[in-house]
Design a protein around this ligand. Structure first.
Ligand code: PLP
Length: 449
């Protein structure tokens, strides 16, 4: 890229999730092209993309079939909407395909453009549902420490990550934050994984009783918490918390924005972790990250209440210009067809088991790695200052960020979530590329520590 362009980018673009002053000094990593699990920058340097971009490019970074689907659709109907009873062919096919694999039987599908809109839509649907049942005061939402649900006002308020709250004064008065199911950091000494799961369920019930179940509408939860640090819940966690929620008439909203479409080794994380959600948010993998499209899968019980309520008060007053956009929907249709053809679930399991065994081989005895986690094609290693008692590094040492930068210098892109280095590569990553990725992280740890 020309120096002028680079200077313009640095002077004019306010980046998301970026420290602006550091960006003014260092400038962007300009990615020019990508194929499979590899991206190439504007100077021709190649990187193994260990995170599928932002957990989304499940089919890699360029795909002819997805490109053709967009091109074909743009030449017939490139723009339209689904408000006021309008629809289009790609939307009709997309909802049919989603219903086929949905973790909620007899569902309805609501479409949005981004995951954050899907989060907000789930919350508004939960509120609308309770208004329809004559319980408008049942409106608080339980989230969790370490959660990430998006960046719009409500979605950000639901995040349990300090950087998402700092200096925004978000409306958190109706939100409760339960403990994260992160055994490595949250378990008591000598507590078994199953006892830990049971304790979290009983803590949740304590929170509900203290707050008043008649004030709580829903709990929102990622099956595997992604941006918090790849936290994989104990096996008994979701079945137990679900019992608690059912006892108190509280909905469970599964945020499957990372976990959906094969990532955890099933079509949805809800299957992997035995969750029976009332609503499910989907995004990212829905179009393999190639188009901004997202949505909410809704149970029939909720749909019927919403439809009844709208019948009595008028239009269901919620929607986005690009809900059910024909081009984004056509690309999502093609992505799901590809997933079915290549057996995305089988791929997640085989590539994931290779990733996890490579991580274990490299890091099981590593003096600065305290925990190695993985499910499906999703993994993480947690860096510690002292393995004897798993003391973390002081946050100001920014160890994770330094490892991330060292990986970049060595030709791999990974993401640090505090002290955890996360792995979420495209599904076609080869075994050799996986081994190279893990080796780069190993070398980066040597560089930094
Ligand atoms: N929920 C989860 C679990 C996510 O990981 C993300 C994005 O990373 C979102 C919600 C928000 O999605 P979007 O960035 O498309 O608004």
């Amino acid at each position: 890229m020309s120096n002028d362009r680079r200077a313009a980018e640095m002077q004019l673009h306010l980046h998301s999730q970026t420290n602006p002053r550091l960006h003014e000094a260092d400038g962007p990593l300009m990615i020019a092209e990508g194929r499979g699990a590899i991206v190439i920058d504007d100077a021709g340097r190649r990187y193994i993309e260990g995170m599928s971009g932002l957990w989304c490019a499940s089919l890699g970074f360029s795909n002819e079939r997805l490109a053709d689907a967009a091109y074909r659709q743009m030449r017939t109907l490139g723009a339209y909407h689904t408000a006021n009873h309008r629809s289009n062919e790609p939307v009709a096919e997309l909802v049919r395909l989603i219903e086929e694999i949905s973790p909620i039987p007899s569902c309805r599908i609501y479409l949005t453009s981004t995951g954050s809109e899907a989060t907000d839509s789930m919350v508004k649907l939960a509120w609308y549902y309770n208004c329809a049942r004559g319980k408008p005061e049942k409106r608080k939402i339980i989230s969790r420490q370490g959660a990430y649900h998006g960046s719009t006002v409500m979605a950000a308020a639901l995040c349990g990550l300090p950087n998402m709250h700092r200096a925004f004064n978000l409306p958190t008065q109706d939100i409760l934050y339960a403990r994260r199911p992160h055994y490595f950091r949250e378990a008591e000494p000598h507590e078994s994984v199953a006892s830990f799961g049971a304790r979290l369920a009983s803590e949740l019930e304590g929170m509900i009783l203290a707050e008043g179940a008649d004030t709580i509408a829903a709990m929102i939860a990622e099956p595997v918490m992604g941006a918090g640090g790849v936290f994989i819940p104990p096996e008994n966690y979701f079945p137990l918390i679900q019992e608690v929620l059912a006892r108190h008439d509280i909905l469970l909203l599964a945020d499957e924005i990372i976990c959906g479409f094969g990532r955890t080794g099933n079509w949805f994380g809800s299957e992997t972790f035995n969750i029976k959600p009332d609503m499910v948010s989907i995004a990212k993998g829905l179009s393999a990250g190639h188009m901004p499209i997202a949505g909410v899968i809704i149970s029939d019980r909720i749909y019927q209440a919403v439809a009844d309520q709208a019948a009595s008060i008028g239009v269901f007053g919620h929607g986005f210009t690009y809900s059910g956009h024909p081009v984004t929907s056509a690309v999502a249709v093609e992505a799901i067809r590809i997933y079915q053809e290549i057996d995305i679930v089988g791929l997640a399991r085989s590539a994931g088991s290779h990733l996890l065994s490579s991580l274990r081989q490299k890091f099981s005895d590593h003096e600065f790695v305290g925990d190695i986690r993985g499910v499906g094609l999703l993994g993480g290693i947690e860096i510690v200052a002292d393995r004897k008692d798993n003391t973390p590094f002081a946050p100001e040492e920014r160890i994770g960020a330094k490892v991330e930068m060292a990986c970049r210098r060595r030709g791999a892109l990974v993401r640090n979530m505090g002290d955890t280095i996360a792995f979420c590569p495209p599904f076609q990553i080869s075994e050799t590329e996986t081994e190279q990725l893990v080796e780069v992280v190993h070398q980066a740890l040597e560089d930094v520590l």
